[in-house]
Design a protein around this ligand. Structure first.
Ligand SMILES: Nc1nc2c(ncn2[C@@H]2O[C@H](COP(=O)(O)OP(=O)(O)O)[C@@H](O)[C@H]2O)c(=O)[nH]1
Ligand SMILES: [Mg+2]
Length: 395
């Protein structure tokens, strides 16, 4: 039900540190059914404004948590093993982990802000490498991986298409159907790729363009420069100016663990924390936290929360909607207020939400009701961020 974000990048850039920091819960959070899928798969939470204040009743989330009107919505993360040039041909760990990405809705590519690692992740000395230079090869590996999937049996399919008719996007969609890609996205990528009018002229470049279009539309990502605690503010700002999110996964991890141990109060994304009892800190803990505090002040936080929220809300264009069974009290049938917060793509409709909640609700959809206005909505109603929606379905 949740969305899945793949954390990718060459070895040693800080993927696992970023993953551990984000999936470590500093506060008590209701169980989530996906927490134990795999060692490299976990759940993180993004913030949104909870509608509980609009109805003046405290919400009770099934998953996640709500604090002072800030609701935490679950998002799944997968820590993908290091990607090296040639991975799509089996180099490094090869296709195995490219396949980890099959279900991902988007990517966070981690790069090393200190510029110390070559393309295989070996240390070659600080500042020897442009931190953003691997963005290109990593993107290329993903596109080539998808191009390989599309190429499989394609020539035969195209010949059949010429003799029997049919649609190119249909053929391509069939090949990528296991990858959580929308048929509309495939159609758009095919349209933009400049398909030769004579299909006999189809070559690898065409396939590459189609694959690239699909990745851009359907599996977009952001660049996160980690180890931000090891570079100057000036260097960090330069990387930000080039479109990267500068973070310290290490410091976020320190904060979440200290919060979990009861040493500090810290809410992910905050620009400060408070020490609960200074006497409980060891000298080294006190020093570490002081360094972290300086970094937070200088950079406006560790940056991890901003990065993932930017990806989900701005790049993947997701909104949060709240299905309820009672449109007047905004509850489920047990009286829980706003029990579920669901991430949907911008442009999703009432019927999309119905299917997301339960296939049955989608199939037997009659109408929806807007919990705020009590207005009756048809299946094509386009959802708005923060909508509270009741679905009425046939029994
Ligand atoms: N100072 C600092 N070191 C980090 C940070 N993130 C990762 N590292 C270090 O970089 C090395 C590689 O990190 P890891 O997360 O295992 O990288 P991965 O191979 O991409 O998963 C380890 O020694 C980490 O401690 C960070 O934000 N700050
Ligand atoms: Mg790792």
């Amino acid at each position: 039900m949740s969305i899945l974000i793949g954390i990718i990048g060459k070895p040693n850039v800080g993927k696992s540190t970023f993953f551990s920091a984000l999936t470590e819960n500093p506060v008590e959070i209701a169980d989530y059914p996906f927490t134990t899928i795999d060692s490299n798969r976990g759940v993180t939470y993004i913030r949104t404004r909870c509608p509980e204040k609009d109805i003046g009743r405290k919400c009770s989330p099934n998953f996640g948590r709500c604090s002072n009107g800030t609701r935490l919505v679950p998002v799944e993360l997968i820590d993908v093993a290091g990607l090296v040039p040639g991975a799509h041909e089996g180099k490094g760990l090869g296709n195995k982990f490219l396949d980890d990405l099959r279900r991902a809705d988007g990517f966070i590519q981690i790069v090393d802000s200190t510029g110390s690692l070559d393309q295989n992740g070996n240390n070659v000395g600080r500042g020897r490498v442009d931190p953003l230079s691997d963005a290109e090869f990593v993107h290329r590996e993903i596109v080539l991986w998808l191009a390989d999937i599309i190429s499989d049996g394609l020539i035969r399919n195209l010949r059949k298409l010429e003799s029997e008719g049919g649609k190119i996007e249909g053929i391509i969609y069939e090949k990528v159907s296991g990858l959580g890609i929308d048929p509309k996205d495939v159609a758009l990528a095919v349209k933009n790729a400049g398909i030769p009018s004579n299909l006999k002229n189809w070559d690898d470049d065409v396939t590459f363009r189609v694959a690239e279009g699909i990745v851009k539309i359907s599996k977009p990502g952001i660049i996160v420069a980690s180890k931000g605690d090891k570079i100057t503010k000036e260097d960090a700002d330069r990387l930000r100016g080039r479109g990267a999110y500068v973070v310290s996964g290490d410091y976020e991890l320190v904060l979440r663990r200290a919060a979990k141990a009861g040493l500090i109060d810290y809410f992910p994304g905050d620009t400060y924390f408070t020490v609960k009892d200074d006497a409980k800190l060891s000298p080294s803990q006190r020093d570490a936290l002081r360094m972290v505090a300086d970094f937070l002040k200088l950079n406006g936080g560790t940056g991890t929360q901003d990065a993932i929220e930017h990806l989900v809300y701005k790049v993947l264009r997701m909104i949060v909607v709240y299905p309820v069974e009672d449109e007047n009290h905004w509850t489920d049938k047990n009286g829980n207020v706003l029990p579920d917060a669901i991430l949907m793509r911008e442009g999703s409709t009432a019927i999309d939400l119905a299917y997301k909640v339960h296939t049955d609700l989608g199939e037997k959809f009659i109408r929806a009701v807007n919990g705020r206005t009590k207005r009756v909505l048809g299946k094509d109603y386009v959802l708005v961020d923060g909508d509270v929606i009741k679905i009425v379905a046939a029994r």
